[in-house]
Write a protein that binds this ligand. Structure first.
Ligand SMILES: [Zn+2]
Ligand SMILES: [Zn+2]
Length: 343
């Protein structure tokens, strides 16, 4: 018998298709040997030595060398083909019946490593910490501009996840609007807060730690869960155990622990499911909701193991052909090699 499950925070429904349910092992990618990538590619705009192929960098972690020169560890540049571009304050106008505004905002690329052939799971823990500290730096910088109503940090890993350039990179987009889906989620969280006097995400963390059915990792500051109403197989959320509305508020001494839990989670996917494609995004409060008691930032990972089809398009209800509890159990068991034993 299939089952409908509701997300406690967003109120979205999902169908867990237990009849068609696959075992976690069924999602392990057939290991067609991936193309062996070179450490450096002459034609890649993100490789060291090719700094002139990108717009001028806005920020970098580097060891002594000058801007736009090799020697960087993490490099941030404006996207060459941006979805939104910096400009003055955006004004709304009418186009007949319709509302429109100039595409004002920021679109940056975070080049995570000089190495062309890496991915998050094969970075070192220190490299991942560098990447996360750059996320925080850019978030704080973009957040100073009140026109940036929402700042989204996200990553597309692999072709199925929509990446066009292989060189490891994440993206940051700052938008001048807050989309209806984000507002609706915040509204539900606010309603819960009004009724119960508690944050709905803190409530979920406490409950999940008590029942232990969907916990993949339980660290002092963060918990990794397969959500009760996961929309796709092996969906994961990493939630801070401390209440905090905005990713920009993460204290410096929690950046290392957050990077470590993200890195370990991505390595579990990499070794457990044999390098699946995935997207991740840091879901955080819009500018006007920062500091609110009901908003609670978290990171969501969505592996691209299935393709949403017409039903999902028409209803916004996802059909998940796996059991969240089994996915969590599978990932708990995945053992990842010591970094020193790789390569
Ligand atoms: Zn490259
Ligand atoms: Zn909370």
């Amino acid at each position: 018998m299939p089952e409908l499950r509701q997300d406690f925070a967003t109120k979205e429904w999902v169908i867990i298709a237990t009849e068609r349910a696959k075992r976690p092992e069924d999602f392990v990618k057939e290991r067609s040997e991936p193309d062996r990538l070179p450490e450096r590619d002459d034609k890649c705009p993100f490789c060291p030595g090719n700094e002139r192929m990108t717009p001028e960098e806005t920020y970098a972690l580097r060891n002594g060398s000058g801007p736009n020169e090799p020697g960087w560890l993490v490099r941030v540049v404006p996207n060459k083909f941006p979805a939104l571009v910096p400009d003055s304050r955006p004004y709304r106008s009418r186009s007949g019946l319709y509302l429109r505004m100039k595409g004002v905002g920021f679109h940056e690329v975070v080049i995570e490593t000089p190495r062309h052939d890496k991915c998050p799971a094969t970075l070192t823990e220190d490299e991942m910490t560098g990447v996360v500290s750059v996320y925080k730096q850019r978030y704080s910088e973009l957040n100073r501009n009140p026109t940036n109503e929402l700042i989204l940090i996200f990553r597309n890993q692999g072709k199925q996840a929509g990446t066009s350039l292989i060189h490891p990179h994440s993206q940051i987009v700052a938008t001048p609007i807050v989309p209806p889906a984000v507002r609706r989620t915040l509204y539900e969280a606010e309603r819960f807060y009004d009724a119960m006097g508690r944050c709905v995400h803190c409530e979920i963390v406490n409950y999940e730690l008590r029942v232990q059915e969907r916990v993949v990792m339980d660290e002092p500051d963060f918990v990794v869960l397969v959500p009760y109403a996961a929309q796709v197989p092996f969906e994961l959320t990493i939630i801070p155990k401390f209440h905090q509305a905005s990713f920009g508020e993460i204290p410096d001494d929690k950046i290392g622990p957050f990077a470590r839990v993200l890195w370990t989670t991505l390595r579990k996917l990499y070794y457990g499911l044999k390098n699946p494609d995935y997207n991740f995004a840091i879901i955080t409060a819009p500018h006007y909701s920062q500091g609110e008691p009901h908003a609670h930032w978290h990171l969501r990972i969505r592996p691209r193991l299935t393709t949403p089809a017409g039903f999902e398009m028409g209803t916004q209800i996802f059909i998940n052909t796996s059991l969240p509890e089994e996915n969590a159990h599978f990932l708990r068991q995945v053992s990842i090699p010591e970094p020193s034993s790789e390569q």
